[in-house]
Design a protein around this ligand. Sequence first.
Ligand code: THU
Length: 130
Amino acid sequence: MEIDELKKLAKATAQNAYSPFSKFKVGSAILTTNGDVFAGCNIESSSLTFNICAERNAISNAISGKGNIQIEKVVIYTPTQKAASPCGSCRQLIFEFGKDASVYSHCDSEDYIQMNIRELLPAAFDFSEQ
Ligand code: THU
């Protein structure tokens, strides 16, 4: 799937977000090296002690569907004027399943971020190297 379609999917999936506390709807789409595509949105909880980010949800969907995937691209959409980078925990999870993943953040303006996961998470913890 091309990047424009992944962007559309991430934006459409953001509509499904359950975010009554932050009121911030995030959508994500991931492309695996096998060409499979999965999407996720953020989900919050009234305990306020945890939430599931859109990126993490897309990765969970991919692993649930296909097992040990390798991520090629992660696309993130936020309904903002400034593109948003993934949080620290999601960076680690993206790295876990995509040591060379490209991360694309887009929003409702022309602003965007495109970075490799190693740039976003320098000196990442890599258990396979311990
Ligand atoms: N959120 C994401 O889903 N992805 C990000 O990259 C940043 C933050 C969610 C978590 C929470 O539901 C809301 O956005 C506000 O932080």
